[in-house]
Write a protein that binds this ligand. Structure first.
Ligand code: ADP
Ligand code: F6P
Length: 293
């Protein structure tokens, strides 16, 4: 078979490990086309020439060795037509798409044009519909929690309150998980939260804690505005930290590698049995494949 693989959207630790575990099981009996930079690779027929030793060497690195992108061109009919021309040119029997919700929408456009697809959810946001887990999430949470614990040491020395902004686009999963890991005093994670309730939580926390912690999900409220409100109302020394890309990078955790390998095994299984047009998901803790439509 001719098998295409691409990564699209935000990267996450564990994607390389998943790729390696797919590649090593399939490369001897199939032709694998590693498309460079996600959907751009399809549009411009940009195929990477990596061998198994290179892929193995980088299998535990953070990021994604075949590169990813946000590709607005692929959202146009013209872009999709070019992609399909190249899939036909390369006689691709099935395309494995590793990505988040946006990438899934793109994959579904290809599916409508009769391209066989296997989708693997990869995003630190952990928000791909129907899957309890997406590759990158555990590492991102651990990166974020470790960062906060370290910064909190210096916050304690000064009796400072700190607001930490976690990634997640519109999904509160990282902020909530990290908030629990570090015992945050207030989790500002949805529109149900408010500046007033945050201030109330900190009013209580400051009685017992040297360095109260607020964890804020990105894209909700301006962090500087929140800082000023807290500082003024409670007369506290307040700092802010945007945790940022640190969450996405780094080597995958042990749990991440375990999950990435299981996604890969299920994907390989579906391909060997020619069961295409599936999304590999985690449901009730089990790795299953769900029909894409
Ligand atoms: P993620 O996959 O991590 O959610 P994005 O939302 O940025 O990341 O989506 C990644 C890419 O998927 C986009 O840059 C685009 O190429 C493709 N994509 C997103 N939405 C669509 C859509 N409605 N139709 C076709 N392609 C899409
Ligand atoms: O979707 C993953 C994610 O890291 C989000 O949490 C964040 O909002 C976004 O990607 C950042 O996108 P970019 O890498 O394009 O800056």
């Amino acid at each position: 078979m001719n098998i295409g693989i691409l990564a699209s959207g935000g990267d996450g630790a564990g994607m390389n490990y998943c790729l390696y575990n797919i590649y090593k099981k399939l490369y001897k009996r199939n032709n694998i086309f590693l498309f460079n930079r996600g959907y751009y690779g399809l549009i411009y027929n940009d195929v990477l020439n990596f061998d198994i030793s290179y892929i193995k060497k980088h299998s535990q690195d953070g990021g994604i060795m075949i590169k990813t992108s946000r590709c607005p061109e692929f959202e146009t009919l013209e872009g999709q037509e070019k992609a399909i021309e190249n899939l036909i040119l390369n006689k691709i029997d099935v395309l494995i798409v590793m990505g988040g919700n946006g990438s899934l929408k793109g994959a579904k456009e290809l599916l409508k044009q009769n391209v066989n697809i296997i989708f693997i959810p990869c995003t630190i946001d952990n928000d791909v519909l129907n899957s309890e887990y997406c590759i990158g999430f555990d590492t991102a949470c651990n990166n974020c929690a470790n960062f906060i614990k370290q910064v909190n040491d210096t916050m304690k020395s000064f009796n400072r309150t700190c607001i930490y902004e976690a990634m997640g686009r519109k999904c509160p999963a990282i902020a909530i998980t990290v908030g629990n890991m570090i015992d945050a005093d207030y989790m500002y994670v949805s529109n149900n939260c408010s500046v007033e309730s945050c201030i109330e939580a900190l009013r209580k926390a400051k009685k017992t804690k040297d360095a109260p912690i607020v964890i804020l999900r990105e894209n909700l409220i301006d962090i500087k505005y929140l800082k000023e409100e807290i500082a003024n109302k409670l007369n506290l020394d307040v700092k802010t930290c945007i945790v940022g890309y640190l969450q996405r990078g780094g080597r995958p955790t042990k749990l991440e590698k375990n999950y990435a390998k299981k996604f890969a095994e299920k994907c390989v299984n579906e391909i060997k049995n020619k069961k295409f047009n599936k999304s590999i998901i985690v449901k009730n803790g089990v790795f299953v494949s769900e029909k894409l439509n």
